[in-house]
Design a protein around this ligand. Structure first.
Ligand code: FAD
Length: 380
């Protein structure tokens, strides 16, 4: 990789392109959190975060804002495939990640509300509902030492005006937040800690040598640092093609305000593949990638009509039957997923760390993963 900074002024080289101690690639929840914790641990260090997008555009500012740690069916599916120990460790990392995020950002700065969460089962899934509620007592007992309350889950009769509901399981420890405000506060914390954020810098390649790492952008501008962190989640394969992380696109729809909207809180359906919540008096619904899984294995933003229509059908027939809805906004975001649900946190060179594959609950684990990355990087 050749030095491509010949065109820069002396001033630019001295201030913006002087080697850093740490460069973080990716200004999502993981990258910004890692930069903040690293700088707090190493106050004299020069730290910068680079991101391809001019405005925040990763999953961290495009998600649904569920502060969640897994519904009953998700936990049972995890236990069946990964065993109880690994599944509980994952719940613990989500719960601790949320606590750490709330303490860093502050509930009032991201509209965090402990609204509770609900898993809904339609009549066609009645058998699954009855099978699931058999395990509530056992799961509550397992979760008590992690969450700190004896009855996290319980079956309830309330249906919020929804139709064809076979049952609902309430989760008293879930909450919701405003992802845009969360990201704004994390950016402000970076600025307060004198961390540079360079946007519009798309990393094309990197080179790691013993004492130094070099980055080259698609504009052929190079940056140097002693240490490097990749927090590029669902986009990681563009730079590191051999990694075990797949991009997975998710669709989101937000309606215009609906005066008669009764539901408040976070709602999960179909093992967490579909999610909906209120945003004030509007309904946000998203997910459904399992309905067109191959097409959604992409890091390209875009709409999927098949999924959007199925989500809207669910709203019309089950969630808000008989109510007229108008779409206010719709967008997509990119997850980083893999066969295993746990994130990848590992060194790929003595001074290059990866913190990627946040799965569907990166709001919950992202801050904790960033903190862990900062600790590992401080130790080298
Ligand atoms: C639609 C949707 C809904 C979701 N809902 C929830 C939810 O309710 N609750 C929950 O806990 N989780 C949810 N998630 C998951 C959660 O949002 C993510 O797991 C989390 O935000 C990932 O954070 P991150 O920092 O790892 O990645 P990101 O926020 O995606 O950040 C990665 C950054 O890397 C940058 N980047 C990538 N490649 C390069 C490059 N070559 N050079 C420079 N920069 C680069 C990108 O621009 C991006 O800003 C949802 C995700 C989506 C998509």
């Amino acid at each position: 990789m050749k030095n491509t900074n010949d065109h820069l002024s002396h001033w630019e080289k001295e201030v913006f392109f002087d080697p850093y101690e740490l460069i973080v690639v990716g200004a999502g929840i993981v990258g910004l959190s890692a930069a903040i914790y690293y700088k707090q641990e190493n106050p004299r260090s020069r730290v910068c975060v680079v991101d391809a997008a001019i405005f925040p555009k990763g999953a961290s500012s495009r998600n649904a804002g569920f502060a969640c740690f897994g519904s009953m069916t998700e936990l049972l599916a995890d236990i069946a495939s990964n065993g109880i120990k690994e599944s509980l460790a994952l719940v613990q990392s989500r719960w601790q990640g949320l606590a750490s995020l709330r303490s860093l950002v502050g509930d009032e700065n991201m509209d965090y509300l402990n609204t509770g969460g609900y898993e809904i089962f339609l009549q066609k899934d009645k058998a699954i509902f009855h099978e699931t509620i058999k395990h509530i007592k056992e799961i509550n007992a397992r979760l008590e030492s992690i969450i700190g309350i004896p009855e996290v889950f319980k079956s309830i009769d309330q249906t919020f005006g929804m139709k064809n509901i076979a049952g609902i399981i309430f989760n008293s420890a879930e909450g919701q937040l405003h992802p845009g405000k969360m990201m704004k506060k994390l950016i402000q914390l970076c600025q307060k800690n004198e961390i540079d954020i360079h946007r519009g810098y798309t990393v094309k390649e990197y080179k790691s040598e013993k004492e130094e790492v070099s980055l080259c952008s698609t504009n052929n501008e190079s940056l140097q640092a002693k240490k490097l962190l990749f927090a590029t989640n669902g986009f990681s394969k563009n730079i590191l093609p051999d990694l075990n992380v797949q991009p997975a696109r998710n669709q989101v729809i937000l309606t215009q305000p609906i005066p008669q909207l009764k539901l408040k809180g976070c709602f999960h359906y179909d093992q967490g593949y579909v999610y909906f919540r209120n945003v004030g008096q509007s309904l946000l619904i998203g997910g459904g990638r399992h309905w067109d899984i191959k097409k959604e294995e992409t890091a390209e933003y875009g709409e999927n009509d098949l999924i959007k229509n199925k989500l809207l059908k669910l709203v019309e027939e089950n969630i808000l039957p008989g109510l007229e809805i108008k779409i206010k906004d719709s967008w997509s975001g990119i997850l980083g997923v893999g066969k295993e649900k746990s994130p990848i946190i590992k060194f790929i060179a003595p001074n290059v760390l990866l913190s990627i594959r946040m799965g569907g609950m990166g709001v919950a684990i992202g801050n904790g993963v960033g903190r862990q990355a900062a600790k590992l990087l401080s130790e080298i």
